[in-house]
Design a protein around this ligand. Structure first.
Ligand SMILES: [Zn+2]
Length: 50
């Protein structure tokens, strides 16, 4: 389970696995392996997979 987020710089969507609730915030600063740096990521939804 985790959060589906979308990098604001390159648009890549990924699921990040963090346990705390980030739904109250509009975005999270997180490492993007496409941009190869930390970027702001829009929080799209909570996913329960794996
Ligand atoms: Zn990116």
């Amino acid at each position: 389970m985790g959060w589906r987020v979308k990098c604001r710089v390159c648009g890549t969507e990924r699921v990040i696995r963090i346990s705390f609730d980030i739904s109250k915030q509009p975005a999270i600063f997180y490492y993007c392996n496409v941009c190869r740096r930390n970027t702001f990521n829009d929080i799209l939804e909570y996913v329960d997979e794996g």
